[in-house]
Structures are given as structure tokens and as C-alpha cells.
Design a protein around this ligand. Structure first.
Ligand code: NDP
Length: 246
């Protein structure tokens, strides 16, 4: 029997990149999987088809993370549709690299809504559905450990908030049998951070392995945390960053 057989999972921002890989690997491990997306309905539909190819139930739900209430409503919708919720993966996120003076108030508000408020709202909504064995895994960033270049103040601020949120969730939900952890990816080849982009060589040089990681590299750790192997890991921050934070 696959390790997550009979479990139901929700991955925010699951239409592309890391979230799509996490959704597919959770299905491979036996879970029914829902993904949210903002505008990539077609891509989300393809991920849902791939989930179904493992014989699992799939759902694709539009929920813009800039609207945290919509994300919380998506959590309730998915729990009702699957009849349960066991795993929440807070993955949807935005990046912004710009000098301090060029960061607008509207940028701050959007970044805090998408990268901070939405994961909080989703976690709070999920906590009402998760039972013993429940899991919350949040995608942070290696920038929460090491800010190795200028222009990342706002993004690092938002991702470091996930460390505190995770510890708070671990403390609050541990007695209910629910774990909460944050995974900090390094440079991962996605639309957000393509391995052939202008900053790619520089980022390779920051790692000790000298290369980018893949979405599956991050997904493997998320699936481990979501599965039986994660049962005694909570409140932890786990780097999947090729040694960037070393
Ligand atoms: P991508 O840009 O490749 O994919 C982003 C995914 O999130 C898409 O499915 C997108 O949906 C969805 N999404 C984006 N904004 C919103 C929103 N407002 N509401 C709902 N869904 C949204 O990103 P990555 O896969 O690279 O990043 C995933 C996470 O990993 C993010 O939290 C990011 O900060 C983090 N991360 C990434 C790193 C990297 O090097 N790639 C490094 C460290 C952290 P749609 O298709 O609809 O736009």
C-alpha cells in the first residue's frame, strides 16, 4: 500500500513549478490531491490529469493568494469535496528582487498578502480539518537563512515569517497530532527562477554543489514530511538548497 493511500492533500499554487511536482509526487505516494492556481487553469488541469493517472482523485480550484479569504474558502471546499484533509502544502508564492527605493507600498502589501497572509489563512482553515497524522508543509526560501545578494529585503522578510509561523503552528497543533514544517529551497529551475536566466550563473556559484535543483528535489522532501517518515519532525526548517546556506 502506498504511504499516503487514503489521504487527501491540497497544494497551493500547484499548476507549475515546485507546486506541480509536489502534487504529482503526493499522488504517486497514494494521496488524492487538489491544487489551487491563479490564472493557469489549463496547466492546473494538466496536473490534475497527471494526479488521476495514478488512480487518485484530483481537483483544480482557482484561488488567488492575494485574497487570503479566497484561499481559506478553497481549503474548506477541498476538505468538503474529498470528505477529509490530511496534508496542506503552502507553496504559492511570488518573488520580487528590487532595490529598497524601488519597492512600492503596493508591492509590500501584495507580497505580505500572497507570501504571508495566505499561508496563515490556509493553515488556520486547514487546522479545522486536520486530524491525528495531519501535516502542514510550507515552502519558504534559502533566503530565510542567508541573504546573499542585495534587493531581496522584502522577499526575505516574507519567507522568514514562515519560520515563525511554522514554529507557532507546531506548538499549537502538536497536541492534536498535526506537524508543521518549512522547506527552504535554493535555486530551483522553474518559471520563477529559470536555470538559464540572467542571474543563474551567480546563483549556481552560491551553492556548494554548483548547480540548480529540480522541482522533484523539493517534492521528495515534502512527500517525506507528509508521509510516515515525517511523524516525529515538527517545527523544523529543512533546506533543499544544494548547500547555499552553508
Ligand atoms: P513558479 O512561478 O514557477 O510557479 C508558481 C505557482 O504558484 C504557479 O502554479 C502559480 O499559478 C502559483 N501562483 C503564483 N502566484 C499565485 C497567486 N497569487 N495565487 C495562487 N497561485 C499563485 O514558482 P516556483 O515553483 O519557483 O515557486 C514555488 C514556491 O517556491 C514559491 O513560494 C517560491 O517563493 C518558492 N521558492 C522558489 C525558489 C526557486 O528558485 N524557484 C527558491 C526558493 C523558494 P499560475 O500558474 O496560476 O500563475
Amino acid at each position: 500500500v502506498p504511504p499516503l493511500y487514503g489521504r487527501a492533500a491540497l497544494v497551493t499554487g500547484g499548476s507549475r513549478g515546485i507546486g506541480a511536482a509536489v502534487a504529482v509526487r503526493l499522488a504517486e505516494a497514494g494521496a488524492d490531491v487538489a491544487v489551487t492556481y491563479r490564472e493557469g487553469a489549463e496547466a492546473a488541469g494538466r496536473v490534475a490529469k497527471e494526479v488521476e493517472s495514478y488512480g487518485r482523485r484530483a481537483l483544480a480550484v482557482r484561488a488567488d493568494a492575494a485574497d487570503p479569504q479566497a484561499v481559506a474558502a478553497a481549503v474548506d471546499h477541498v476538505a468538503a469535496a474529498f470528505g477529509r484533509l490530511d496534508v496542506l502544502v503552502n507553496n504559492a508564492g511570488m518573488g520580487l528582487i528590487a532595490p529598497l527605493d524601488q519597492v512600492l507600498t503596493a508591492d509590500v502589501e501584495r507580497m505580505l498578502a500572497v507570501n504571508v497572509h495566505a499561508p496563515f489563512a490556509a493553515s488556520r482553515a486547514a487546522a479545522r480539518h486536520l486530524g491525528v497524522g495531519g501535516r502542514i508543509v510550507t515552502i519558504g526560501s534559502c533566503l530565510a537563512d542567508r541573504v546573499a545578494f542585495p534587493g531581496a529585503t522584502l522577499y526575505a522578510l516574507s519567507k522568514t515569517a514562515m519560520v515563525g509561523m511554522t514554529k507557532g503552528l507546531a506548538r499549537e497543533l502538536g497536541p492534536l497530532g498535526v506537524t508543521a514544517n518549512v522547506v527552504h529551497p535554493g535555486p530551483i529551475d522553474t518559471d520563477m527562477n529559470p536555470a538559464d536566466g540572467p542571474g543563474a550563473e551567480f546563483q549556481r556559484g552560491l551553492t556548494v554543489m554548483g548547480r540548480y535543483g529540480t522541482p522533484d528535489d523539493v517534492a521528495a522532501t515534502v512527500v517525506h514530511l507528509a508521509g510516515p517518515g515525517g511523524r516525529y519532525i515538527t517545527g523544523a526548517a529543512i533546506a533543499v538548497d544544494g548547500g547555499l546556506a552553508v
